[in-house]
Design a protein around this ligand. Structure first.
Ligand SMILES: Nc1ncnc2c1ncn2[C@@H]1O[C@H](COP(=O)(O)OP(=O)(O)OP(=O)(O)O)[C@@H](O)[C@H]1O
Length: 615
């Protein structure tokens, strides 16, 4: 029995997310962070010196002591140059930390996705997954960077400026400090709204990416069916929806700056009034006032970005929540603890024992009470109408899914009791929808066995009748295949896929025959290579060709997830049941159609006689 999925979406609070990010990722950079902190502290300290230098310059100038002018000018240049250098160093250093940290998170997420259940992965579109790995994590990285540059640098800068202000005029400083915290309320409110929109926004960007990938990889259909306008409408609709969230976020975010600006204006106006009074009382100099105003103006920018920091953090937290949603999902198709690897003691006998499986666990079984034994080194052909459950059987053997009831055994070992890797190592799959990567021919074949030598690859290509056409490609085995193997013909793609399976040299072959007919020569080459290859293997084939079923050791007719008939071709034809019907209606390649007509003309009994005499 398969375990129930334990994947529930998480909605974690900010504290949980920050603590988790710290423990999982940020802490690994502790010493580098300390280095960044030291740099930033020096920078903030130097910034705080600036208003003091201004104060003394004004005081000296007010007293008319021009002989010190050059010292003042030198001090100014010195402070700004030092500030510039420190600014540069901390920017490079902190960016490096946040970029590397973002990279760690991207790798971790991708590695986790690679271990996730096939069911989980296929439940989300590739576009959404791309957004999770690329978009979300770039936002988290941006938020972490903002924490460095704003939360740490700007807070320290404001702190150091406040110290200067206290030195220059502590009364005015206290007034300002009492007034400014009022700005926290709009900041917090805006932050909450931004987080909500950011979370919806990222989900929508995922959908947009999904639609873009879908349409841009279907250009052949779009062009030939002249679906350009349809495609444009679908894509622009998705883009509009994504932008809608951006618009809402921008509207809320934009309100913050004017609010903070007004607070700043009120502060400066208050300071000017108070300073005028205190200068008139002779308790403060013009230098104090000028230095104070300079400090206040210098603090305005960091304080403003401090307000926006909350928005950046909320966006980052929304993305971090999506990150941890994936990371907290546990795969259910796993090797049990202490599982041993599968040992092929019997040559690869596959047994299905009363297997039932439903994709959505909703009682609608794609496979029902399915029992079948495939003897080692024999070929069993699965036939049946579309939706009968043939591909589902293929999904169950390598444990892409686990059945809800029943067992599958290989050489007497329950596949749920041995390691998942050892089951998959014993299998090669040739599916109808051939997967080729935009890499060289050799690299695509080598996916069958990653440590294969060039000689192994060539031998596999020869066995798949692919060597000759590969040699004729301009760069031979080093020729790149283009996106999804676009540079090859259908028959060539099939032979490259077959070479990959041959290279794997696994004792069990799962073969989903192509339904589309190839040209006669390609068909012959593929069939010939397959026949040779499957001779000494346990082969389960979803058959679409009469030649395949005729040569199979057993044919298994499926309907609605059940086996309705089992036997050899001649036997089943003679029975004149579901299989005979199927042969009449379903064998659709030109060769097969003739044969089907022949069968129809003969009728079941005559067919049996003819088959028996042929046998
Ligand atoms: N990923 C899935 N999620 C939900 N239901 C599915 C999924 N894949 C297949 N099904 C359903 O399971 C049933 C069996 O499908 P399956 O793909 O095994 O049929 P098949 O015999 O291989 O058909 P075909 O010859 O058309 O490929 C069908 O009713 C199908 O709708």
């Amino acid at each position: 029995m398969s375990k129930r999925p334990q994947n529930r979406p998480i909605h974690k609070n900010s504290f949980w997310l920050i603590r988790q990010l710290w423990a999982d990722h940020i802490r690994n950079y502790l010493w580098r962070l300390v280095g960044a902190f030291i740099l930033i502290s020096i920078l903030a300290g130097v910034t705080g010196l600036y208003p003091i230098v201004i104060k003394y310059s004004y005081d000296l100038l007010a007293k008319g002591e021009m002989s010190y002018l050059w010292i003042i000018m030198l001090a100014m240049v010195g402070v700004t140059a030092l500030k510039g250098l420190l600014d540069y160093l901390q920017a490079v250093y902190t960016n490096r930390i946040s970029i590397t940290l973002g990279l760690d998170m991207q790798k971790r997420l991708y590695a986790h996705l690679m271990q996730a259940d096939f069911k989980r992965l296929s439940s989300e579109s590739p576009g959404n997954l791309v957004t999770r790995v690329n978009g979300d994590l770039v936002t988290v990285q941006g938020a972490i960077m903002a924490v460095f540059t704003v939360a740490i640098r700007d807070v320290l800068t404001v702190f150091s400026l406040v110290v200067s202000m206290l030195y220059l005029d502590w009364v005015m400083t206290v007034v300002i400090l009492l007034f400014y915290p009022l700005a926290v309320f709009p900041i917090a409110q805006v932050g909450r709204i931004v987080r909500k929109y950011a979370s919806h926004g990222w989900a929508q960007i995922g959908n947009t990416t999904a639609v873009l990938i879908e349409h841009l990889s279907s250009l052949r259909l779009i062009k030939t069916y002249r679906l350009e306008q349809y495609s444009y409408n679908r894509v622009s609709d998705q883009l509009e929806r994504a932008v809608d969230f951006q618009r809402k976020t921008v509207r809320v975010k934009a309100a913050l700056n004017p609010i903070l600006e007004v607070f700043g204006g009120l502060a400066v106006a208050g300071v000017v009034g108070l300073a005028a009074y205190r200068i008139s009382q002779d308790s403060k100099t013009v230098g104090d006032f000028t230095g104070f105003i300079a400090a206040l103006l210098m603090a305005a920018q960091p304080i403003r970005s401090f307000g926006n920091l909350n928005n950046r953090i909320q966006e980052g937290l929304a993305a971090a929540e999506r990150f941890y949603q994936v990371l907290t999902e546990k795969p259910t198709v796993v090797s049990p603890p202490d599982a041993k690897p599968l040992t092929l003691i019997g040559g690869g006998r596959i047994e299905f024992e009363n297997v039932s499986f439903s994709y959505n666990n909703d009682g609608r079984n794609a496979v029902r009470d399915f029992s079948l034994t495939i003897e080692p080194n024999t070929t069993v052909a699965l036939v049946g109408k579309s939706g009968a459950g043939k591909s589902t059987i293929f999904n169950l053997v390598p444990r892409l899914y686990d059945p809800q009831s029943g067992r599958i055994l290989i050489d007497g070992q329950d596949i749920q009791q041995v390691t998942v890797a050892s089951i998959r190592d014993q299998m090669a799959l040739v599916s109808q929808d051939i997967t080729l990567f935009d890499d060289t021919v050799a690299a695509n074949i080598a996916l069958g066995r990653l440590d294969a030598t060039h000689e192994d690859i060539v031998a596999a290509a020869k066995a798949a009748n692919a060597h000759d056409f590969i040699e004729r490609l301009p760069e031979g085995y080093d020729a790149r295949l283009g996106d999804r193997g676009m540079r090859l013909s259908g028959g060539q793609r099939q032979r490259v896929a077959l070479a990959r399976a041959i290279l794997r040299d696994a004792p069990i072959l799962l073969l989903d025959e192509a339904t589309s007919a190839l040209d006669a020569e390609s068909e012959r080459l593929v069939q010939e290579a397959l026949a040779k290859f499957s001779e000494s293997r346990t082969t389960l084939v979803i058959a679409h060709r009469l030649s395949t079923v005729k040569n199979a050791d057993m044919i298994c007719v499926m309907e609605d997830g059940f086996i309705t008939e089992k036997g050899r071709h001649a036997e089943l034809l003679a029975r004149d049941g579901a299989y005979a019907q199927f042969c009449k209606s379903q064998m659709l390649t030109p060769e097969d159609q003739d044969y089907a007509k022949h069968i129809a003309a003969l009728g079941g009994k005559q067919a049996r006689a003819s088959e028996e005499s042929a046998a």
